[in-house]
Design a protein around this ligand. Sequence first.
Ligand code: DON
Length: 307
Amino acid sequence: MQELLEELHQRYLPLREGKLADYIPELAKANPDHFGISLVTAEGQVYQAGDFERKFTIQSISKPFVYGIALEDYGREEVLRRVGVEPTGDPFNSITLDEKSKRPFNPMVNAGAIATSNLIRGTGPADRLNRLMQVFSTYVGHDISADMSVFLSERSTGHRNRAMAHLMLNFQMIGSNVEEILDLYFQQCSLLVTSTDLASMAATLANGGVNPATERRALANEYVRDLLSVMFTCGLYDFSGEWAYRVGLPAKSGVGGGMLAVAPGKLGIGIYSPLLDERGTSVRAIQVCQELSSRLGLHLFDVPFTL
Ligand code: DON
């Protein structure tokens, strides 16, 4: 496994396609050469290659995990009333709500993620942020911190997300504390992780919600399948169908350059490479996930051939 990760790192390091995210000004400062690949098994075995210690902001990869907190805090039916589970076929930042229900289509697009950030219980903004950070710490297995510059950079330029939040306020899908809800959303996006942290988070989901290294539960078992289902159908936005076809694993991308993929019952993959394609997905991460899925036979619908 270690050799395989090193081989993939060597093979895809020269791939220079894609560009850095620049719509959040701070993200444009990333180094395009940085490239980390990590894999953590459901038993807690860790394999890592390249820049696996390099920290970057988690961005949209936070969305499924915050969805998990919302499910624990409000239950499946109440969350479903506020956020759907239908793929959009649209980019992550599209300004659309379901015509009839006025819900965002799913918790993976920005609109849905802002709605789920509103569904974390707490006595106030600090209490809600603490709850969120505690859960993320359990997933990664150590304390987690945020990148203040990225948070402030997105907060001062995130007018599209602000517009989306106001549209949802108009339909009473979120409360009037719009700036507070957006702050929490921007804060969750600016949490700092490494590729190995992402692999640990994915391995925790692969292991039914329990971090295999610390044996601490990050998510109630009954909600693991909800997370994995929406990641499978919506995690890569308007690339989710082709991703399911090619890779066959629930996965989530982020414009910070991170990507995670879950092979249920088996392992978690975490990758960092900040050069993105036009959909905001890491170019090297797509290649590596595709290779790992085919070389390790991870596609969920790969049925072993028997006579
Ligand atoms: O809301 C935003 O635009 C960012 N904080 C997160 C976007 C993101 O990571 C999209 N995923 N590929």
